[in-house]
Design a protein around this ligand. Structure first.
Ligand SMILES: NC(=O)c1ccc[n+]([C@@H]2O[C@H](COP(=O)([O-])OP(=O)(O)OC[C@H]3O[C@@H](n4cnc5c(N)ncnc54)[C@H](OP(=O)(O)O)[C@@H]3O)[C@@H](O)[C@H]2O)c1
Length: 242
């Protein structure tokens, strides 16, 4: 299949959340889904074969590979995160800046970034933030810089800041959102539910320039999970423009 036509493009597609996003896109969207990862072999046999699936090699630290990966991009999802101890600046900050710039250049409609709760400086001394900032050097500081680079890039965006991520099936919980990074640490959400929000954010007009925190509580919401996905944006404000 040609990999330069219109497609939704996912970075970090072989990661735990990225893979859920790819699955959700394949299930819900008619447009091809382009799964981008550093080693496409990682996805061999992991996903059901689909005529809508494109698997391509790309590295968010390599702008030339991004230009290729983003040809014809409509929606773009950034679910990558650095692996090594010193990787956060290169991947969680500069990688986001690279993808945002390349997405703008490619004429993409919106970039949805998977960031994290507690990312802002107001939580500077929160013990969870301090811990995460030391699990990988400067992880949270660099995630915040990545968010800021995306906001400044000129491409439309949504920034999703989840709480602790789980691997259980999705669609069975009530989503709880916040803004301003005021949620207390400890909230959790399944990656499949984050993926559902991310995919909805790609196309929902109410998700434009929105930054939100996201956790969940047990039990399906009144009206069902999918209705909540559509309606949740009405209560959220876009970021103030500088
Ligand atoms: N874990 C939590 O509880 C939690 C809570 C809140 C927020 N978050 C955030 O949520 C996001 C998703 O987390 P996750 O645990 O689902 O992710 P993950 O499984 O760690 O996946 C991250 C992916 O990023 C890819 N990656 C690393 N460097 C890259 C590069 N230079 N170019 C392209 N791809 C690259 C990795 O690819 P390779 O396979 O090639 O290494 C990996 O597949 C992360 O930003 C994380 O910080 C996590």
């Amino acid at each position: 299949m040609a990999t330069d036509g219109p497609a939704n493009v996912v970075f970090g597609a072989a990661g735990a959340t990225g893979l859920e996003v790819v699955k959700r896109l394949l299930e819900k969207e008619s447009l091809p889904t382009r799964a981008v990862c550093r080693d496409p072999a990682k996805l061999a046999g992991v996903l059901e074969p689909s005529p809508k699936l494109q698997v391509v090699k790309g590295d968010v630290t390599d702008p030339a590979s991004l230009k290729e990966a983003l040809k014809g991009a409509r929606g773009v999802v950034f679910a990558a995160s650095g692996r090594g101890y010193w990787s956060a600046s290169e991947v969680d900050f500069q990688g986001v800046a690279n993808v945002a710039a390349a997405a703008k250049e490619a004429g993409a409609g919106r970039v949805v970034l998977v960031s994290s709760m507690l990312v802002t400086k107001k939580n500077w001394l929160n013990p969870v933030r301090l811990l995460l900032n030391n699990i990988r050097w400067g992880l949270m500081d660099n995630k915040l810089k990545g968010e800021d680079a995306l906001r400044a890039s000129g491409v439309d965006y949504t920034i999703v800041r989840p709480g602790g991520l789980g691997r259980q099936p999705g669609g069975q919980a009530t989503l709880v959102t916040g803004q301003g990074d005021c949620m207390s640490a400890g909230g959790q959400i399944q990656r499949a539910d984050v993926a559902a929000v991310v995919v909805e954010a790609l196309g929902n007009p109410g998700a434009s320039r929105v930054t939100l925190e996201l956790v969940s509580r047990p039990g399906a919401p009144e009206g069902g999970f999918d209705a909540q996905l559509k309606g949740m944006w009405a209560g959220l404000k876009p970021d103030a423009t500088a």
